[in-house]
Design a protein around this ligand. Structure first.
Ligand code: HEC
Ligand code: HEC
Length: 335
């Protein structure tokens, strides 16, 4: 396994200034043609008029800057969206593992006890991707698990976690997805065992186990419990693996993040019962590089979560995750 986390860490550091740059509204201003004396000479009186005009110019520029700033916010922010896509691991499930596959163009096989799911194409291709979708349709998919035709997505798409995402984050994410190259790659049918292959059954599953939730509070910066909770429960969907499930695939809500036996093996307990053995620095190092304090390397699928997501987070966000995990009620580990 290749955990190229150091470069990821570097790029995470670059995110903040890059995001700041993208918020700079200057690009919203019309570009001024540069002076070209050969092409056109301004008569004197016009120069005078220009000088008079240039006095209130700072105000005009300020107003334009403010308008640009507001519109960048209303339209969403691509760089912020890219960061959210990383924190949420969208690429892993939506990219085939074959060498040379186009990111987000789908084809990734996801093995589950119910059969194999294939992550669909979420590039902005009009026929095979999300090209014809509206922002509202993306929001309904990501936060409510609803398809455009009103039927339901299988919870292999972790919308039970993403339901806690803020609308601003979904908007930024959508701006980012739309900026990707539109790739023509047809979706594959999932290969599920009967009766799980019967999509209407998902309505029953949702009725039993899913409630669309209001967005979790998303403190944007700082290593706070609230930010950590947002990163772990909504974006990072850590509970999709670390919260054990019952035989119908419903999360055991009394064992939130407490790990246990899963069909693929055992998933560790992330509550303080187990994590108290780890130092903060050790935990952050693990989420950044996949190395345990004992010198082991994270096994799959955690290795992939580290490569695609946690190693790309800012140092503040990593700290927020640790602060949140430390705040959980300690639950016993299942042997
Ligand atoms: C754990 C794997 C996984 C992750 C992580 C994941 N998805 Fe998906 N996604 C799926 C699967 C599987 C489906 C298909 C579900 C179905 O057919 O019912 C899906 C479906 C979708 C769809 C509907 C596509 C269509 O053609 O109907 C959209 C949109 C989508 N995902 C966006 C995202 C975004 C955005 C993220 C990151 C915030 C994300 N996904 C993260 C597995 C994942
Ligand atoms: C796709 C499933 C999956 C997801 C999603 C996932 N994990 Fe894990 N995680 C695992 C597995 C499996 C292991 C055990 C790895 C091993 O045995 O080396 C693990 C191990 C860990 C460990 C080491 C704990 C220990 O005591 O050994 C930590 C810490 C951890 N995960 C945190 C997280 C956080 C934080 C998130 C969300 C950002 C997350 N995980 C998301 C599957 C997952």
């Amino acid at each position: 396994m290749n955990i190229s986390t150091r470069p990821g860490y570097q790029s995470a550091k670059i995110v903040a200034p890059a995001a700041a740059a993208a918020r700079q509204p200057s690009r919203a201003l019309p570009s001024q043609p540069g002076p070209n004396p050969k092409a056109y000479r301004l008569p004197r009186w016009r120069l005078g008029a220009l000088c008079t005009w240039s006095r209130p110019a700072p105000f005009v520029v300020a107003i334009l800057l403010a308008l640009g700033f507001a519109s960048v916010h209303a339209q969403g922010n691509r760089v912020a969206g890219e960061y959210i896509a990383k924190a949420a691991g969208c690429m892993g499930c939506h990219t085939d593992t074959k060498a040379g596959s186009v990111p987000f163009a789908g084809g990734r096989a996801l093995e589950t006890p119910f059969g194999v799911f294939y992550g669909p194409n979420i590039t902005p291709h009009r026929d095979t991707g999300l090209g014809a979708w509206s922002e509202e349709e993306v929001r309904r998919a990501v936060r409510r698990g609803e398809r455009r035709d009103g039927s339901h997505y299988f919870p292999a798409f972790p919308y039970p976690s993403f339901t806690g995402m803020s609308d601003t984050d979904v908007r930024d994410l959508w701006v980012y997805l739309r900026s990707l190259p539109a790739t023509n790659r047809a979706n594959q049918e999932h290969a599920l065992r009967f009766p799980f292959s019967w999509r209407p059954l998902v309505a029953v599953w949702k009725w039993l186990f899913f409630t669309a939730a209001p967005a979790l509070s998303n403190a944007p910066t700082g290593a706070s419990v609230a930010r950590g909770s947002y990163l772990v429960r909504a974006l990072g969907h850590c509970g999709e693996c670390h919260t054990p499930r019952n035989f119908l695939g419903g999360p055991k809500s009394d064992r939130l993040l407490a790990g246990g036996k899963v069909p693929e093996g055992k998933v560790p307990n992330l509550t303080p019962t187990r994590l108290k053995k780890w130092t903060d620095a050790g935990l952050k190092e693990y989420l950044l590089t996949g190395l345990t304090p004992g010198g082991d390397i994270a096994g799959e699928p955690m290795g992939e979560v580290i490569t695609n997501s946690t190693s790309r987070l800012t140092p503040d966000d990593l700290s927020a995750i640790v602060v949140y995990l430390r705040s959980l009620p300690p639950l016993p580990s299942q042997e």
